[in-house]
Design a protein around this ligand. Structure first.
Ligand code: SF4
Length: 381
């Protein structure tokens, strides 16, 4: 047993199964559930392995089921994993337990069972409320199913509901995007993540664009839609606490905040990335390999890196400015003052241009600053 303050950390579990592959997606997932029981027993072995190393000096205040499509699983299955995690780690009584959920994979009965199994936050991958766009994205649901899933989740007792939306889809007009946002804020949700469409290498969408069969709208238009989003959601009481994330008061995602505040997180499952005690490692992105490596060694690590001081400083600044702001006192205690002195002129410049504000020891981007966050970061780090 180690003594000293317990570190507040996060747990991520990657469920690699999907109903089918969406054209824009580069997350690791497979469309067969043949190996599902093998996966569960392997996952437990991996959890046990890391529990013997990391359970004594930390507590965990969030568990996040991502994927893949965790909501494709039987609720009993996630219940078994949650119970096992609780047996192996100290999970706080009020832990946030999130499940990514796809409309079209759940009904009220299933959602109720997920709620009873301990899931207390759901993040619904809606992406669009426009049936044309949903078809283009090859999602399995339509607008009506998406709305019904939110209403069902709310009705059976989920208070903490988040949705994901994608903007700047091909041919998406300002009006169409605005009507997406309008439908969203009329629903009983507490949190919205909005992402600009990104072309990931190796996806079908990327190939369609390279072949000239799909045209992506330009960066200026993307920036315009982003600005519309920030202004509209701000007016509707959704506070922006990260470049892509907006929340009603009190519903910031604890799990995401752990990443953005540079806390430790342990992750399990194929392709999962962990970050603990300034070391980062990632698992094989293949279920077969993941299972065979854990059988042989207890772990399935495909690669790792130690984060040196310079990398840590850059990552810390980037994550902080993209989210709730740079805590200057915490920064000084972690990295000293020399970087701040060196960057002082630029920091004053972005304050004078109203791209950032300094208040109560925090340096935080403004709405205009968020809009050009990447440009600011490229000059800082
Ligand atoms: S459902 Fe989600 S994880 Fe699965 S392929 Fe589609 S976008 Fe990717």
């Amino acid at each position: 047993m180690k003594f000293g303050p317990l570190k507040d950390s996060a747990i991520y579990i990657h469920i690699p199964f999907c109903d089918h592959k969406c054209i824009y997606c580069d997350f690791y997932s497979i469309i067969t559930t043949d190996n599902i029981s093998n996966f569960l027993s392997t996952l437990k072995k991996e959890i046990s392995f890391y529990s013997s190393r990391y359970s004594s000096d930390r507590i965990f205040s969030s568990i996040y089921f991502g994927g893949g499509t965790p909501s494709l699983m039987k609720p009993e299955y996630l219940n078994e994993i949650i119970t096992f995690v609780k047996e192996n780690f100290t999970i706080t009584d009020d832990a946030e337990i999130t499940m990514e959920t796809n409309p079209g994979t759940v009904d009220k009965i299933k959602l109720k069972k997920f709620l009873q199994s301990g899931i207390n936050r759901i993040s619904i991958g809606i992406q669009s409320f426009d049936n044309y766009d949903l078809k283009f994205l090859t999602r399995i649901h339509n607008k009506e199913t998406a709305i019904q899933t939110v209403l069902d989740a709310n009705e059976i007792g989920f208070d903490n509901i988040s949705i994901d939306l994608i903007f700047n889809l091909p041919k998406q007009t300002r009006e169409k995007w605005m009507s997406n946002l309008q439908v969203a804020i009329d629903l009983p949700i507490k949190h919205i993540s909005t992402y600009s469409l990104i072309l990931e290498r190796g996806t079908i969408l990327n190939k369609l664009v390279l072949d000239g069969r799909v045209t992506i709208q330009d960066d200026d238009y993307d920036a315009e839609l982003y600005e519309i989003t920030i202004n509209f959601l701000g007016d509707q009481g959704f506070h922006q606490y990260e470049v892509s994330n907006f929340t009603k008061p009190g519903y910031e995602c604890r799990h995401n905040n752990a990443y953005w505040r540079y806390r430790d997180y342990l992750s399990f499952g194929p392709s999962a990335h962990s970050f603990v005690d300034k070391k980062r490692w990632w698992n094989f992105s293949s279920l077969k390999r993941y299972i065979s490596e854990i059988e042989k060694k207890g772990i399935a690590v495909a690669g790792s890196e130690f984060i040196n001081n310079e990398m840590a400083l850059n990552e810390y600044v980037m994550l902080a400015l993209r989210s709730n702001g740079l805590d200057l006192n915490e920064f000084k205690s972690m990295f000293g003052e020399s970087w701040l002195i060196q960057k002082n002129d630029f920091l004053i410049e972005i304050e004078n241009r109203h791209l950032a504000v300094r208040s109560r020891g925090m340096l935080k981007l403004t709405k205009s600053g968020y809009a050009i966050c990447d440009e600011i970061l490229s000059k800082l780090i």
